[in-house]
Every structure is written in C-alpha cells, then in structure tokens.
Design a binder for this molecule. Structure first.
Ligand code: FPP
Length: 249
C-alpha cells in the first residue's frame, strides 16, 4: 500500500499545510481595508514559518493564492500581487539565512513576469537548504495539479518513456507539483470554514484535518503548537489497525 511517508519524530508532523483564511473578516471587523488584512496575514505567515522551524516541522505549505482568487475584484488581486512581490523580496534573504528552502507550486505561467523572476531567484538561492522547506502555493488548484500530472504521464506514455502498466500511486505522486516532498500529515484551516477548497486534493488523502475559528492574522506560534499537539494526540492508521490494536492482537 502507498502509505504516506512521515519522516522524523512521529509526534511532530513532517509536513503541515495551511489554508490561511479570514484576512478580509479580520480587517472588516476593525474598519480596515481587506488589503490591510492580507498585510497582517503576511506577518502571521512569517511568525508561523519561524515557529514551524522551531518545532522541527520539515515542510510547511502555505496557500497564498488559489487559482480561484483571480475572481476577486481587480484591486484586491493587484494588492495581493504587490504583497507577494514584497514578501518574496523581503523574506527570501531571511529564509535563506535560516536554512529554509523555498519552493513554489501552482501555475506560474499566469503570474506577472517579475514575480516569476523573484520566485526563480528564491528557489535557486535556497535550493540546497535543508532545515525546512517552505512551499508557497501560488495560482494553485488541486484539480489542476492532478490534470497537469495526468497530462505529463500521458505524454511520457505516448513517447514510450513510461510503461503504463507500471504506474501506481507512488509513481503517479511524483508527477504532482509536490513530487519531491512527502504528503501533508496535518492540514490547518483558519477562520471557522471547514472546506478543502481545491487545495492539495491528491496529497491530503491521509492528512489529519484541523479547523480553528481563529482568523489567519491572529494565528500565532501558540496556535500552531496547539494544532500540532492536537495532531500528536491522534491515532493515524492509514486504513489499517492502530498500533495499540496490533499489540493487543
Ligand atoms: C484568505 O483570506 C486569504 C487569501 C486569499 C490570501 C492569503 C494571503 C496572505 C496571507 C498574504 C500573503 C502571504 C504570503 C505567505 C505571501 P480572505 O481574503 O478569503 O478572508 P475572508 O474570507 O475573511 O474574506
């Protein structure tokens, strides 16, 4: 069976994926613009990346812009792109200094060219860092990810580079945009919504799901620790029996 890999300490999730939701509501509740909420959200992201490193989390995926976010008003999309520029310019050196590898998943062909350059620069600069991998999902959609993977597989089969008969869950996983990283063990969504919203659909098959009412700009290091503590108390079976069950027979 294709059990997800969990590297390192069993009690600490190797890979945490987060849907950072609630920036708009956070701002509206304070009479601020939605952009102010996103700005505060980017600050929360910085603290959470730091906390993830401290906790020994090896992979942290942040859903920063979904393929559906283009449907927002042009001004808000523009402000989000500006924030992204700012974040990539400002955080890359700091993340590099702290041993973080930056990886971006999503369809970058629709992103502004200067942002694509910033992404390439961040990925190249940090490619050999091993403490933590920070994955930014930008213009990402889970269904698109599966379609891109299926198309690449079809191309390889047609070109006689891959034998269709040998394709299984493990080999198919490698065609996904997350091909070189383990599946998420824990998915967190803030702001009281309990949906997956086209995030890592294939990859989250066995992830523990953690929903909290906290709005993303308020999400602190302590909130991340609480989510991890919740995860540690869970009994993950991947469709089999729990360990205690096996010991008892
Ligand atoms: C959801 O809040 C959040 C987003 C659509 C964007 C997430 C972006 C950030 C946190 C800032 C950039 C971060 C990085 C790491 C570059 P919402 O606007 O849907 O909030 P609402 O549901 O309350 O309206």
């Amino acid at each position: 069976m294709n059990a997800p890999q969990n590297t390192g300490n069993e009690n600490i999730p190797a890979h945490v994926a987060i849907i950072m939701d609630g920036n708009g509501r956070w701002a509206t509740a304070r009479g601020l613009s939605r952009t102010e909420g996103h700005r505060k959200g980017a600050e929360a992201a910085r603290h959470v990346v730091e906390a993830a490193g401290e906790l020994g989390i090896r992979y942290l995926t942040l859903f920063a812009f979904s393929s559906e976010n283009w449907n927002r008003p042009a001004d808000e999309v523009n402000d989000l792109m500006n924030l992204l520029r700012y974040y990539l310019k400002k955080e890359t050196a700091e993340l590099h200094k702290n041993g973080a590898r930056i990886k971006v998943i999503g369809d970058r062909s629709a992103l502004p060219i200067d942002i694509v350059k910033l992404i390439e620069n961040a990925e190249n600069l940090t490619r050999d860092n091993a403490k933590i991998t920070v994955v930014l999902a930008l213009n990402y959609g889970g269904r698109q990810d599966i379609i891109f993977a299926a198309k690449e597989l079809a191309r390889q089969v047609r070109a006689d580079e891959t034998d269709l008969a040998t394709v299984n869950e493990n080999s198919f996983s490698r065609y996904m945009m997350t091909g070189d990283i383990p599946d998420p063990d824990l998915m967190i969504r803030t702001s009281g919504e309990s949906r997956i919203s086209n995030f890592l659909l294939w990859q989250m098959a066995y992830a523990e799901l953690y929903f909290t009412d906290t709005l993303w700009p308020d999400f602190s290091k302590k909130d991340l620790k609480d989510a991890v503590a919740h995860f540690s108390g869970r009994d993950r079976r991947f469709g089999g029996l729990s360990q205690s069950h096996e010991i008892q027979g």
